[in-house]
Write a protein that binds this ligand. Structure first.
Ligand code: ZN
Ligand code: ZN
Length: 353
């Protein structure tokens, strides 16, 4: 309940129950259920969702694919965007009516070495939206006010949703890759993440090569600024990129260990390979000898911080990026997952609530 330090909340904005897509058992279809709205604890807020993107991570969560698994029942979704409708005790960072994004990093301790040195995404105490905290696949979600990011008014919430994970994740990957003007950057996988990675690499001054298995996606890549495209079903991307001089940086976004190996093979001496995608098959073969002799750097990059997400929103509000998306209803969640798994979606699916 509200304390004296908290603004009173109009009763009509506090739902008792709301509709959400729930995972009850791994590998089984989600069901859209009426779920109970939890009471808000200190520092928490309730958000009425407007848009929520479908990320590959949500599918891995629903399948229990990774070593650390969520506990069903849970609501996936870490690209939820909506308006704040209720404030828990002590919340001062946001006000009712603010539009906020609720990213993967739903909570961190705020005091450990990682948190205080700009690496909150590595905090050991972290909680994740749509994984250990119920996420954005519902009419409402509960979040920690410290860890939401305000969405500028100029941004359509349907664009803000994919930017909240796909955007910030690829923006950070380009940051850690250290792309500078005239660098050759190979982006492996042109989906929800890749179509944004291409744009961030180009904004950083890179010359972009996009690699995918589907011609339609490569066409999108060219529209978004890729200078070269390679269909990996027709040509060996590593050989093609070496013929261009080799990539200064390669960003692995396709959920296939083979693509990671091709990305490695595409690097020039001194090149950097950024691991971003998380294939269910957790192993990749990288040669030690060539890595040492060629001075190769391999970097793992997980999402981005609140600062990174603010920068992503700034770039989009300034008209520097374009989000390619397909809008669907929440009750289409299972067919949407099937479409993403089959590669039938050009970029990102966004549920409109
Ligand atoms: Zn994601
Ligand atoms: Zn921490």
């Amino acid at each position: 309940m509200a304390t004296t330090t908290t603004k009173p909340t109009p009763a009509e904005t506090s739902p008792v129950t709301y509709r959400a897509a729930v995972v009850h058992k791994f590998h089984e279809p989600l069901t859209v259920d009426e779920v109970r709205a939890p009471e808000l604890g200190p520092g928490q807020i309730r958000v009425k969702i407007e848009a929520s993107g479908l990320c590959h991570t949500d599918i891995h969560a629903a399948n229990g694919d990774w070593p650390v698994k969520p506990t069903p029942p849970f609501v996936p979704g870490h690209e939820g965007v909506g308006r704040v409708v209720e404030l828990g005790p002590g919340v001062t960072e946001v006000a009712n009516g603010d539009r906020v994004a609720m990213p993967w990093l739903g909570y961190a301790c705020g005091v450990c070495d990682y948190c205080v040195s700009g690496w909150e995404t590595l905090c050991l105490e972290q909680e994740n939206m749509g994984y250990s905290i119920d996420g954005g696949f519902g009419e409402y979600a509960t979040a920690y006010a410290h860890y939401v990011v305000k969405v500028p008014d100029a941004i359509d919430p349907l664009d803000a949703a994919p930017l909240t994970c796909a955007g910030v994740t690829t923006y950070k990957a380009v940051k850690v890759a250290g792309t500078r003007s005239s660098d050759l950057v190979a982006v492996f996988g042109v989906g929800g993440l890749g179509h944004l990675a291409i744009q961030y690499a180009a904004i950083a001054g890179g010359r972009v090569i996009a690699i995918d298995l589907i011609d339609e996606k490569l066409e999108l890549a060219r529209e978004l600024g890729a200078e070269f495209t390679i269909n990996a079903t027709e040509k060996d991307p590593a050989a093609e990129i070496q013929a261009l001089g080799g990539a200064d940086q390669a960003i692995a976004l396709a959920v296939s260990p083979r693509a990671f190996e091709q990305a490695y093979g595409s690097l020039r001496r001194g090149g950097k390979l950024v691991f971003v995608a998380l294939p269910a098959d957790n192993n990749v073969t990288i040669p030690i000898f060539e890595t040492v002799l060629n001075g190769i750097t391999i970097i793992g990059s997980i999402v981005g911080t609140r600062t990174d997400l603010r920068e992503v929103f700034e770039l989009h509000a300034a008209g520097k990026t374009h989000v390619t998306r397909e809008v669907r209803r929440l009750d289409q969640v299972n067919e949407s997952i099937a479409d993403v798994e089959a590669g039938r979606v050009t970029a990102r699916i966004v549920f409109q609530l």
